[in-house]
Design a protein around this ligand. Structure first.
Ligand code: LMR
Length: 328
């Protein structure tokens, strides 16, 4: 890795490639924060494979998982500076930059995976990504991991009152913070790769995340209860440094966008399968007590979360909420 870091980040030429006559190879460094065996980890690899194949090695995508290159907090800055060409942060983490994207964090805004896919890959998704232009970032796609579930080491989280006084790790998003406050809990944002140690050190009682993240990072080993609530959706904005994008020939841009669209379609289906199968594995192989929230219980959560919709509408209007709801 040391060798990789020391290379010119924009157009890195590998010694091997030089020997093989690929000295004009364009390298895209793609940094992300999750494990390799996750929807985002696998999608990043798939994208790299498609690109290598379609461009005959003209473009090489190098994937750096697990925050080995940049942490949650640092990756956006690294992208903007051009130290890395691609990242895929959760859109919740981007709400500090694009506050209107908080609509995507509203609890129960998405009906199911099909609804998510239709929003992400349709006209509304394109418009959401268009918001990045003002930030001088090229938005390539919205990717999905899955619906988020609640875990705790201090008892089952079934009724809203059960959250009272519990400390939860969250991603930095005002809407997510308010979601926990409305439940009487105490939210605190922290970097993804600090979560395990913080849970182990009893800094938090619980957290919300997808099955895939709870499983691949071993959070389930430190928590007693998990509620399958599907209350929110963890999605990603796949971002490219705009200057780098603009430096590419139109033909290469088209190939990148096509490879991205193919990857997105694949990963939205794959992520559901992965979360489903890892839930089964946790049921079989862990001591975690799992509760599936009933519709009546969900309704009681929905009621508590109503003010989030009112706050969002009063700040940003009804437009995005309606647009998302109207996608079928
Ligand atoms: C989290 O911080 O919990 C997630 O955004 C991690 C990820 O990228 O899936």
């Amino acid at each position: 890795l040391v060798a990789v870091f020391s290379h010119d980040p924009m157009h890195k030429i590998e010694d091997d490639d030089e020997q093989h006559g690929l000295s004009d190879q364009i390298v895209i460094k793609f940094s992300h924060v999750v494990a390799e065996n996750t929807p985002k980890g696998l999608a990043a690899e798939k994208f790299a494979d498609i690109i290598a194949d379609r461009t005959d090695g003209k473009i090489k995508v190098e994937v750096f998982p697990n925050e080995i290159m940049y942490s949650d907090e640092k990756e956006l800055n690294a992208l903007k500076k051009g130290d890395v060409q691609m990242i895929a942060p959760s859109y919740s983490k981007m709400t500090e930059v694009i506050p209107e994207w908080q609509v995507l964090d509203l609890p129960f805004i998405f009906q199911d995976e099909q609804h998510v896919q239709n929003v992400y890959t349709g006209e509304v998704g394109k418009r959401l990504l268009g918001e990045l232009e003002s930030e001088n970032i090229k938005g390539l796609a919205l990717w999905g991991n899955g619906f988020k579930q609640m875990t705790s080491s201090r008892g089952a989280l079934i009724e809203p009152e059960d959250f009272s006084g519990q400390r939860f790790r969250i991603m930095p998003s005002d809407t997510i913070a308010k979601q926990f406050e409305l439940m009487g809990a105490i939210p605190k944002a922290s970097s993804f790769n600090d979560v395990y140690i913080a849970l182990e050190g009893n800094e938090f009682d619980g957290q919300e995340n997808t099955i895939s993240n709870i499983y691949s990072k071993g959070f389930y080993r430190l928590q007693k209860d998990m509620t399958v609530s599907n209350h929110g959706y963890l999605g990603y904005s796949v971002l490219m440094n705009a200057e780098f994008w603009n430096s590419l020939e139109p033909e290469l841009q088209t190939q990148i966008q096509k490879a991205m669209d193919e990857t997105t379609e694949w990963m939205l289906k794959e992520s559901k399968k992965m979360n489903d199968s890892q839930l089964i594995r946790m049921k079989q192989n862990s001591k975690l007590k799992i509760h599936e929230l009933s519709e009546a219980e969900k309704d009681r959560w929905r009621k508590v979360f109503m003010p989030l919709y009112e706050t969002y509408s009063s700040e940003y209007g009804e437009r995005w909420i309606e647009d998302i709801r109207n996608v079928r």
